[in-house]
Ligand binder design. Structure first.
Ligand SMILES: Nc1ncnc2c1ncn2[C@@H]1O[C@H](COP(=O)(O)OP(=O)(O)OP(=O)(O)O)[C@@H](O)[C@H]1O
Ligand SMILES: [Mg+2]
Length: 287
């Protein structure tokens, strides 16, 4: 892939909030068009801050101090407003309430809200709303009040409001952390559908087993620095590397690690997904 396909680029980027120094330190990162990048790391590592640096909220909204630069969809985030950037980068927050306008009476109105504010013609809004609701599996709920939705539905609605803007890049910051198991499942299914459509995705996520199915590549942050980076199968299988930064690898990787270390199991790679583990152990037990 050439340089043209890079849609997010951090160059020697460091950032301090007005009252918290060195939250991100010397970040160098490229995200290619169509790629799904996972961001992992312990609490306070800087994952959300990194997400906010992708749509200009850092530093335009939060202030603070920057070194280096961030180029998103060809735009230097320092030289463009959050409003301009938001047409290229859609950021989905942890809490759906922060995303939803609180003003729309129906789901349909909520999804079309941003477009209406931007003066899009009614027909185009209708088409985009339908498409966005379809992608997150909320078709049929157009007339519902956003407040009558379940947590999982609200978060999918939040994602739909972002999709309706047709951003080149979708950034999800722990989109399921406040949801119950059913809501989590619904949202992860919606994210997997997005991945299938070839959207460029960035997702900060604690639920590492789910991330194994979504991310192509993963970076791990610790104290504001990128400390691990690579293909998803490599980073999530690095049980000991992850443990050093207090992140738990997928259970099947941990189990395989224990069996190798303590029972002499002969394996040359650790599985990170359940199906792979089943296959691996069937082979191992056949021998
Ligand atoms: N608005 C803010 N003002 C000042 N400091 C902040 C602000 N937001 C976050 N911080 C600090 O920046 C650091 C990184 O926070 P951030 O929220 O980016 O971490 P995180 O990896 O997303 O954590 P979590 O897993 O808890 O979501 C923390 O030390 C946090 O206290
Ligand atoms: Mg966070």
């Amino acid at each position: 892939m050439g340089e043209d396909s890079v849609v997010i680029r951090f160059e020697n980027f460091s950032y301090s909030y007005p009252d918290t120094p060195n939250v991100l330190v010397d970040i160098n990162l490229k995200v290619e068009k169509g790629e799904a990048l996972g961001i992992i790391g312990p609490n306070g590592a800087g994952k959300s801050t990194l997400c906010k640096a992708m749509n200009g909220l850092v530093p335009h909204f939060y202030g603070g101090y920057i070194n280096g630069r961030v180029i998103v969809a060809g735009m230097d985030t320092l030289e463009h407003t959050v409003a301009e950037l938001s047409t290229k980068v859609g950021l989905v927050f942890q809490e759906p309430e922060n995303q939803l306008s609180g003003l729309a009476l129906t789901v349909e109105e909520e999804v079309g809200f941003g477009l209406a504010m931007l003066g899009y013609p009614r027909e185009e809004i209708k088409d985009r709303v339908r498409e966005a609701l379809e992608k997150v599996g909320l078709s049929g709920l157009e007339e519902r009040s956003p407040f009558e939705l379940s947590g999982g539905q609200q978060q999918r609605l939040a994602i739909a409001t972002v999709l309706a803007m047709k951003p080149e890049i979708i950034v999800l910051d722990e989109p399921v952390s406040l949801l119950d198991p059913i809501g989590k499942r619904e949202v992860f299914e919606a994210v997997k559908e997005l991945k299938k459509t070839g959207s460029t995705l960035v997702i900060a996520e604690h639920e590492i087993e789910e991330l194994a199915y979504i991310a192509d590549r993963v970076i791990a942050l610790n104290e504001g620095r990128i400390v691990m980076e690579g293909e998803v199968d490599q980073v999530l299988a690095d049980v000991e590397g992850l443990r050093k930064i207090t992140v738990e690898a997928p259970s099947v990787a941990q189990l395989t690690h224990i069996l190798r270390e303590r029972a002499g199991l002969e394996v040359n790679h650790y599985p990170i997904r359940l199906e792979e583990a089943v296959k691996l152990y069937e082979e191992v037990l056949r021998k």
